[in-house]
Design a protein around this ligand. Structure first.
Ligand code: KG4
Ligand code: ZN
Length: 354
């Protein structure tokens, strides 16, 4: 696709049809990870640097936007320098600079996006603004030969969507959550049972040690491909209260570890079955034989297992390796290469919601 360099406005061809090797440097700073990566032709990662702020936000039990934005400012130049170093490339060798435009925390997005724009301007290269959700999907192109069409399950801290990906740039949301996102439900339930931030991965670990049939939790009935997870969260809250009462445990004290493991396993079983059922239905309805999972929650062991079980029925299943599931810049670079629905003007504004 033809794009213009930011300073002199020279034409450059970028993307799948460009006819030459593209090296895209991308920056991601939408939440609590400052990341920079260089990816060759959308699939081959040449450098991947991530500075995580988990340690900072741990003590607050969640991401504090203002603190996150300041931390991005401190880390941004370091991750860019390290990505150059790891790639062995110089700015002249880079085809285009990409950055996440949204959705995300506005103050955080501004840091990364302005860095990407500045690099493009200073080195007279094209600038490519990327949607964070599209980028999560593109993590599946890394180190694979995946080509659309396919069905996608996008599950992150802010989103839960089933997406029909017809081509690299044409995708339709078939359904999404009407209340909490899956990652949000994980984090809220984790907090409820006393696990520290970020609760999702910790809940997943404990779930693997518990009995998924220990407690029966409700699978919410929502039409079509939509989801609802707030009822399930409330059911866990009620269960925790009831178990504390039965075991004579004060409200402020924690339940014994074996009970917590069983709650985690039962919750995880309920969530993963709900997701897998609707994805299977969408696949059958569309007649696709490929399915991908993406987003931070795609790192979840049981959701991966249930979707990979589709392989027994002849489907080809893709899921990014763990480091490309959670926020990273390689997926942003891949998206800048494959997806033509980008924001390439220097005037583009960051946005918080999709
Ligand atoms: O995609 P992501 O890194 O950031 C957003 O764009 O939201 O996703 C972060 C979310 C958090 O809610 C985190 O708890 C969840 O992904 N997460 C997990 C796991 N790893 C990360 N949830 C369940 N199981 C996991 N293994
Ligand atoms: Zn994300």
């Amino acid at each position: 696709m033809e794009k213009k360099t930011l300073f002199s406005g020279k034409s450059v061809n970028i993307g799948v049809d460009s006819g030459y090797d593209n090296y895209i440097m991308a920056i991601e700073s939408s939440c609590d990870e400052t990341a920079c990566a260089v990816v060759k032709n959308g699939r081959e990662v040449i450098a991947n640097i991530v500075a995580s702020q988990i340690k900072t936000h741990e003590k607050f039990g969640g991401v504090i936007p203002e603190i996150a934005a300041r931390e991005h400012l401190e880390a941004i130049n370091v991750v860019i320098e390290e990505a150059f170093e790891q790639s062995g490339l110089k700015a002249q060798d880079i085809t285009a600079f990409a950055g996440t435009v949204g959705p995300g925390l506005v103050g955080c997005l501004l840091v990364g996006l302005n860095a990407a724009k500045t690099l493009a301007l200073v080195h007279d290269k094209a600038f490519i603004g990327v949607n964070h959700l599209n980028a999560h999907l593109c993590a599946n192109y890394i180190d694979t030969d995946l080509k659309p069409p396919f069905m996608a399950l996008l599950i992150s801290g802010g989103h839960t969507q089933i997406i029909d990906v017809e081509s690299y740039s044409k995708q339709t949301i078939l359904g999404e959550t009407i209340d909490d996102a899956v990652g949000e439900a994980y984090d809220k339930v984790a907090r409820l049972i006393g696990l520290p931030y970020p609760g999702g991965p910790k809940l997943d670990k404990l779930a693997q040690l518990g009995n998924p049939k220990a407690y029966e939790l409700p699978i919410s009935k929502v039409d079509g491909y939509n989801f609802s997870f707030s009822g399930l969260k409330t059911a866990v809250l009620r269960l925790v209260k009831q178990l504390k009462k039965e075991n004579n445990i004060a409200d402020n004290d924690e339940l014994p570890e074996n009970i917590i493991k069983d709650i985690c396993a039962s919750f995880q079983d309920c969530v993963s079955r709900t997701l897998a059922k609707k994805v299977k239905k969408a696949l059958q309805e569309k007649g696709y034989n490929q399915v991908v999972i993406a987003g931070g929650v795609a790192a979840n062991s049981e959701i991966r297992k249930k979707i990979f079980d589709f392989e027994k029925d002849g489907y080809k299943v893709y899921a990014p390796i763990m480091k490309y599931c959670t926020d990273n810049a390689s997926m942003v670079a891949s998206c800048a290469y494959f997806n033509t629905n980008t924001y390439d003007s220097a005037d583009v504004e960051v946005f918080s919601r999709a």
